[in-house]
Design a binder for this molecule. Structure first.
Ligand SMILES: [Zn+2]
Length: 301
């Protein structure tokens, strides 16, 4: 009798094994497939001027288009790069809305001195008064990106004036700063629309990011280069997933094309965002990928 039971037992075990494999197999969420708003984009001189111009407008627009990037916060050193993207009909034809920001830097030397240089404040005011011209003509919508490597410089006179200028003119401010500087900058202009570039590139603890978002309802976080954001398989780390689910309307993605190498990585960068966005509930993925930026700058959904 026993020999007849044996095959049956094997079949049962095999079926159990198949069911177990099915239950244990990782479930791969599909990548986010909706539109992207690139909230941190530079179109600096070295991309389009001199040395064979490796990334002329047609090249960068093609990169945006094939990655489903439908709008960009554009800023550039000097501002001519932003002007050229906004002025070309090709941007509109590629389905890319340019949200222009005024860069504070005319050259590399300005990075470390802008906060005390009155000529930069004058340049920003003049640039704001003239706006962008051409196909997507209109006013500038923000200031930045600017950097503070020592947060105490947030209290320098030009930093204070620029924050107050931005607040008065309802301009967003893209700031690459640490968490201490967020408090200092917001003290100058409590209603300023501050976008925290990289949401703390130095890796401010998630609890501290949470506290700042709670304290300043206008504050938004941009997530390029954010340490600790993703874990295995390019998915969000658990504490970041929880933070984004807690504040689904406060985060945006960005490419930060600060050097030409980032343009060469543009496809991979956007793909990596789509991977972790796909691990969020669909409506939250769309918030982070598109809606939050579109809402902040009044773009069509
Ligand atoms: Zn940047």
């Amino acid at each position: 009798m026993f020999k007849y039971f044996r095959p049956a037992a094997q079949v049962i075990r095999a079926r159990a094994a198949i069911i177990l494999i099915a239950l244990c197999a990782p479930v791969f969420a599909a990548d986010y497939a909706g539109p992207l708003f690139d909230a941190h984009l530079h179109y600096n001189e070295e991309a389009w001027a001199g040395n064979g111009s490796p990334h002329p407008p047609a090249d960068v627009l093609a990169r945006m288009q094939r990655n489903g990037v439908r709008a960009i916060v554009a800023n550039s050193r000097p501002n001519d790069g932003t002007q050229s993207l906004a002025s070309l009909p090709q941007a509109r034809q590629a389905g890319v809305t340019v949200v222009p920001f005024i860069r504070l830097y005319r050259n590399r030397a300005d990075y470390d001195n802008w906060f005390r240089d009155e000529s930069i404040f004058a340049m920003v005011q003049a640039e704001f008064a003239s706006g962008v011209t051409g196909d997507q003509a209109g006013p500038y919508r923000g200031i930045g990106e600017f950097h503070l490597y020592d947060s105490a410089n947030a209290n320098q006179p030009v930093a204070r004036k620029l924050m107050q200028f931005a607040e008065k003119n309802q301009l967003a401010v893209l700031a690459h700063v640490d968490d201490a500087a967020i408090d200092l900058l917001m003290a100058h202009a409590p209603d300023a629309r501050l976008i925290w570039a990289h949401t703390g590139i130095g890796g401010a603890p998630v609890a501290r990011v949470d506290a700042l978002l709670a304290k300043y309802p206008q504050l938004m976080g941009e997530l390029s280069y954010r340490p600790g954001l993703t874990c295995g398989g390019g998915k969000l780390c658990p504490e970041w997933r929880a933070l984004i689910l807690k504040y689904p309307t406060r985060f945006m993605i960005g490419s930060d094309t600060w050097v030409n190498q980032r343009w060469q990585m543009y496809d991979a960068l956007m793909k990596s965002y789509r991977v972790w966005l796909g691990d969020l509930p669909p409506e939250v993925a769309r918030n982070i990928g598109w809606d939050n930026g579109a809402a902040r700058f009044g773009l069509k959904q």
